[in-house]
Design a binder for this molecule. Structure first.
Ligand code: SAH
Ligand code: SF4
Length: 377
């Protein structure tokens, strides 16, 4: 079996090259070919010695997941369903905007944390993605976007920006990135490496439901922009919506956020808050939130709930969301409402389902909202 070079960041590639008797500085050249040119074929790597190209083609490969489906939404959002073997599939989503292009990347096949309102959580969990499967999503997206730009050069290049290139990455696809810590950090290293994707730390965001020990390790190993999925202002409600809260409750989570900010590339944490009608969206909830986050420099991103079959939840009305936002804003907390993008192709937040062969055999709670209400009584 050959070695997949997409599995290595610069350090790993340097080590690998030295293991096969090559000079370490070749790592930089190889990274550029692989990640900047998007090459999968060693033969075309013209500044590498022919002998090295020959050797690499016999012992190594550059292999991203296989594209099974490629959907484009009416609003330009693009979603890829990627095969990762054994009938498992993951999804990544590209969201083009006027001055940036954001790729939403998956980190696991499914998710074991089972948040009640999340389609990925309902699918169960199969396994962590490898580094190649994580960074391969960015590799594939860049190649696909380059191809589209070449086919239709008119659309790109407005204001000097190619609107169809990936300029930002958010680890907000399927899975909990901090539950796949080592592979995610290696993939982040590649995103940040000037010889690979060269994205700034501010343009790479990890979103987590709050795995505190891993959050501390991320701060030490690879601080990037951070989004924390809050979704409730108190433990009683968060225990039900985000079950990992029972292990890592809110007070500890707020303290971890403050610690994170000592090393973070941005001076605030983004709190994500899904707006669930009649569950977490009252004025009381908003006021309670203000108290909760009072010591954490933060911004709020309210996410109108995106439905999926049998979710049991409904989206808060736009009026309710507006009132909720205004209460936070009056307390000087910058609050935005996330635009729903790509929901016609089930590419919006929380709709990613891919294909997960569940190994957890969890009993699926089809009436999650009722369960939430019962605990609140
Ligand atoms: N596991 C990580 C990242 C993936 S989810 C996390 O939970 O943070 C990305 C965001 O989408 C999270 O804030 C998540 O709570 C939110 N989300 C999940 N299901 C949703 C749904 N049905 N509608 C809207 N947002 C949802
Ligand atoms: Fe997992 Fe995030 Fe979905 Fe929760 S919201 S189940 S942590 S992917």
């Amino acid at each position: 079996m050959t070695v997949n070079l997409l599995d290595y960041d610069r350090e790993g590639l340097t080590q690998y090259l030295s293991d096969i008797g090559e000079k370490p500085f070749r790592a930089r050249q190889l990274l550029k070919w692989i990640h900047q040119s998007g090459t999968a074929d060693f033969a075309g790597m013209s500044d590498l010695a022919k002998s090295l190209r020959g050797k690499l083609s016999s012992v190594a490969r550059i292999e991203a997941p296989r594209v099974m489906r490629d959907h484009v939404s009416a609003d330009g959002t693009r979603k890829w369903l990627l095969s990762v073997g054994e009938q498992n599939g993951i999804e990544s989503v590209f969201i083009p905007e006027a001055n940036r292009g954001t790729l939403c990347v998956s980190s696991q096949v499914g998710c074991a944390l089972a948040c009640t309102f999340c389609s990925t959580g309902r699918q169960g969990f199969n396994r962590n993605l490898s580094v190649a499967e994580i960074i391969g999503q960015l590799w594939l997206a860049n190649n696909a976007l380059r191809e589209s730009a070449a086919e239709n050069p008119m659309v790109s290049g407005q204001n000097g920006q190619d609107q169809r290139a990936v300029t930002n990455v958010v680890m907000m696809g399927m899975g909990e990135p901090l539950a796949n810590f080592e592979n995610v950090v290696t993939a982040l290293n590649l995103m940040l490496d000037d010889h690979a994707y060269g994205l700034s730390r501010r343009r790479v965001t990890v979103s987590t439901s709050g795995l505190i020990p891993a959050l501390d390790r991320l701060r030490e190993r690879c601080p990037v922009a951070l989004a924390v999925s809050l979704h409730a202002p108190n433990n009683a409600l968060r225990d039900v919506l985000v079950p990992i809260n029972k292990k890592y409750p809110l007070k500890e989570l707020m303290a971890a956020c403050r610690r994170y900010l000592t090393a973070a590339p941005r001076d605030f944490i983004t709190f994500e808050y899904v707006m669930l009608a009649g569950v977490n969206d009252s004025m009381m909830h908003a006021k309670e939130l203000i108290g909760l986050v009072k010591d954490v420099p933060c911004k709020f991103n309210l996410i109108p709930f995106n439905g999926f079959p049998n979710s049991g939840f409904e989206r808060s009305s736009s009026e309710t969301i507006r009132v909720f936002r205004d209460i936070l804003m009056q307390a000087d907390i910058v609050t935005t409402v996330r635009k729903t993008r790509g929901d016609d192709i089930a590419a919006a937040c929380g709709q990613l389902a891919g294909q997960v062969r569940d190994k957890t055999r969890r009993t699926i709670n089809v009436n999650a909202k009722q369960a939430v209400m019962e605990t609140m009584r």
